[in-house]
Design a protein around this ligand. Sequence first.
Ligand code: AMP
Ligand code: MG
Length: 400
Amino acid sequence: MTYVSALHFHEARKEVIERVRSAGLTPPVEEVSLAEAFGRVLAADARSDRDYPPVARSVRDGFALRAQDLPGELEVIGEVRAGEASGLAVGQGEAIEIMTGAPVPAGADAIVMVEHVSREGARIRTQRTQKPGDFINPRGAEAKTGEVVVARGSRLGFPQVAMLATIGCTHVQVYRKPDVAILATGDEIVQVSDTPKEFQIRNSNAWSLACQVRRAGGCPRILPVARDQYPHTLELVEQGLASDLLLLSGGVSAGKYDIVEKVLADLDAEFFFTRVLIQPGQPLVFGRRQARFFFGLPGNPASTMVTFELFARAALDLLGGCADAPIPLAWARLTREFRHKTGLTRFLPARLDADGLSVTPVRWQGSGDVPALARANAFLVAAADREFWQAGEMIPVLLQ
Ligand code: AMP
Ligand code: MG
């Protein structure tokens, strides 16, 4: 088997991103309605159908006038509301009452806010001065006709869907969702519907992975659990390699029955790394067999979850046609001191407060502690080269 040395967390992520990018596997394209576009990846640049705003617009309620006439007294010659265009033009000493969003009438070059004038009948008076352009959003200031407003490879969140709606896209070209095979391994693993014996556990990893895959824009396909026997694992791995991505859980540690790597090696797979200096998740396998990438994720539930988020999610983003694969990290303030052993980057279950600014580690018994994971809503990220953080210090947090 190819020997691959252990990588640091950032090196391993870089390796995943570079390997998947350089494979240049562009997914097929399909068309969906705007109602189905959320979360999909745009397959063709969306361009602006006209200038935005299409005409100069007021960004305040007030009076459209000539800046050079201020300060002073002006005559109000009319009104313009959002949703209409004024046929009037503003001349010297004149103003037109204007509402936010309404087109700026001809002749006017500034808006004075309604709060800054006193009005008597058809006359307004103000001590204010304004510069030409004040409170006016000029034509084309936001986007010009033909400009790319949502780029190919963007994952469509709600602002991007709003942009597509703005330019009149009722249907959009998106990349087909990658098909992701999920293969849990282990003689101790039983179905969720089974009653496990004392020495058995239910297959939770396939379920957490299916959620993670779905959230990352893939279509999960859960395969039957592979027994820790060579022929059964081989058969299922071959089936899994028919998908765009294969995620294995378990069987990648150094145990006597950890046969996943052997099976993959016998299928002529190429291994890019087999160990990453993180916890949970040290024995992590990433490789490719022909045009298919695979991850051998360690079986402990926390390891499976964390390694998916850190590595497989990036691969899935790119396989799904995304131009980039950002990692959802934020900073938060520790509510109490925290200590760990240096050498590995640790991702530990934690709770972010409702304000999103402070974080508390969740007590846990190790990578198999699913109840602790279920109480957490984030993972705090303890750098490999630092041992101690005081209460009140900032620490990175991997958002869930
Ligand atoms: P392994 O990586 O195969 O050595 O598995 C490590 C531990 O993870 C096992 O002892 C199980 O307790 C747990 N485990 C493995 N696979 C699963 C799974 N599919 N669902 C839940 N826990 C699992
Ligand atoms: Mg196992």
